[in-house]
Design a binder for this molecule. Structure first.
Ligand SMILES: [Fe+2]
Ligand SMILES: [Fe+2]
Length: 460
């Protein structure tokens, strides 16, 4: 589907929603004039989910915008739809993959029946939940926007790394300007919405490890740099170093990088050359700061200076090289490789606590731990409802309640699509929290589910 076809499909879908809503005011729910547009809407929306997990419909400056496509030609039914969203107080609606005709039907009924105006997002969420709407959620415009912007920024960063490594492998020297630009974008997003950016580091694409690992280390380094309170220029330097920390591996044979199991002494000696190789490559690139180069060279020197290349006794290590080392360690531990299963975020932190003071800086481990929260993004939790979900956001630097996506129902069956919940949400009947955390769950004990389904995104 090209852009034009997508635009007209999207406009058609919203018109169908409007038509159904308009007719709902005149006919009963079962009437074909109400029912048919809903069925058509579902059939037409389905192909759009082929390459995206959700569709965001927002009202911006009085204009309906679906997936960034403004719908300008308002029919009377569209206008009614827009007016209802606006008067109830719905800033953004997200249609999720797995959407059913019942979801749309219940949502249209909600728009039709709700007489109050100016409801807050939480109240709308509760109503939709009570009405049994499963795959349509409302969100504040900012929240919805941030996640889609973060996904776009992540995708751009992957493309930058792919291009840079391709250049180096092809004997060309990449320009550091695109790395600098993409890191500044990630840095800006982290200052605005750290959770949105951190959640993406969980997408561990096994085949694309080299690229996702580079971007993830950059994001995690930026987050730690942010917590350290270092200046923006230093943060960018750290972020670029994170992005390019393993660029020297392009000089190694591919089967050596991917080799499962133990390496021979000679093979390990080869691997140990990558920080120096990276330092040399960065030295030829334009728009690369000296500090960045040094961090790439020093990322395996270890906190106790017992790593490689072995630092001279009087050599002063860059204070931020350990930021890269800590981010590198966390991302490697939580990733699945040919030779290891992915650790849970909590297990990874546990292992890192043991390495603190030896290979990595204890203060930075503590800082990372704090910035990931009590339940780091990616932790599987069992709730008082016996549902199992994954943490997708950490509010307020680890304080407050995490945002979660429920993946398994109370019987342990995987849901067809994750259900986003907020643990701060209260049960309107009792006023008490609807869900309480019982404890963490080992994801290996659950039926398999892909993380891409969870976060609804596969990096480009
Ligand atoms: Fe490395
Ligand atoms: Fe690495």
């Amino acid at each position: 589907m090209d852009r034009r076809q997508t635009e007209s499909a999207i406009a058609g879908i919203v018109r169908l929603l409007g038509t159904s809503l308009k007719n709902r005011g005149l006919y009963p729910a079962s009437h074909p004039l109400v029912r048919t547009p809903i069925e058509k809407c579902r059939a037409e929306i389905e192909p759009l989910f082929a390459d995206r997990p959700e569709l965001a419909l927002t009202v911006t400056d009085g204009t309906l915008v679906l997936e960034g496509v403004p719908i300008f030609h308002l029919t009377s039914s569209l206008e009614l739809f827009l007016t209802r969203l606006g008067s109830i107080g719905v800033p953004a609606v997200i249609f999720e993959r797995g959407l059913t005709t019942e979801d749309i039907e219940r949502f249209v009924l909600f728009l039709h029946e709700t007489k109050e105006s100016g409801l807050n997002v939480r109240a709308v969420k509760d109503r939709l939940c009570q009405a049994g709407v499963r795959h349509i959620r409302v969100t504040s415009t900012e929240e919805g926007k941030d996640f889609s912007i973060a996904r776009e920024i992540y995708g751009n960063a992957i493309n930058v790394v792919v291009q840079a490594l391709k250049d180096v492998r092809g004997g060309r020297i990449p320009d550091g300007a695109s790395c600098d630009h993409t890191v500044r974008e990630m840095n800006g997003m982290i200052s605005r919405n750290r959770d949105a950016m951190l959640a993406l580091t969980l997408i561990k694409n096994f085949d694309e490890y080299t690229y996702t690992h580079s971007v993830n280390v950059s994001i995690l380094s930026l987050a730690v740099g942010d917590s350290l309170g270092i200046s923006e220029q230093h943060r960018v330097n750290v972020g670029v170093a994170g992005l390019l920390h393993d660029v020297g591996k392009t000089q190694l044979a591919l089967d050596l990088i991917r080799k499962p199991g133990n390496l021979s002494v000679a093979e390990y000696e080869e691997i140990k050359k990558h920080p120096e190789e990276g330092y040399a490559i960065l030295g030829k690139m334009t728009n690369i700061q000296d500090e960045t180069r040094r961090m790439v060279r020093e990322h395996h020197m270890r906190f106790d200076r017992a790593g490689y290349p072995r630092p001279e006794p009087d050599m002063k290590l860059n204070p931020h090289s350990q930021v890269i080392a800590v981010a590198d360690c966390y991302d490697a531990l939580t990733s699945m490789r040919t030779y290891q299963k992915a650790r849970t975020p909590q297990d990874a932190i546990e292992i890192m606590r043991k390495l603190a003071g030896k290979s990595i800086d204890p203060d930075l481990v503590l800082l990372l731990e704090r910035s990931l929260g009590a339940y780091p993004i990616g932790t599987m939790l069992r709730l008082s409802t016996m549902e199992v979900g994954i943490v997708t956001s950490v509010s307020g630097e680890g304080k407050g309640q995490p945002g979660m996506a429920i993946l398994y129902d109370r019987a342990g069956n995987p849901l067809t699509a994750p259900e986003t919940v907020n643990l701060a949400e209260a049960d309107p009947a009792t006023g008490k929290p609807r869900r309480v955390v019982l404890g963490t769950v080992n994801p290996l004990l659950l039926p398999p589910i892909s993380l891409e389904t969870v976060l609804g995104h596969a990096p480009a």
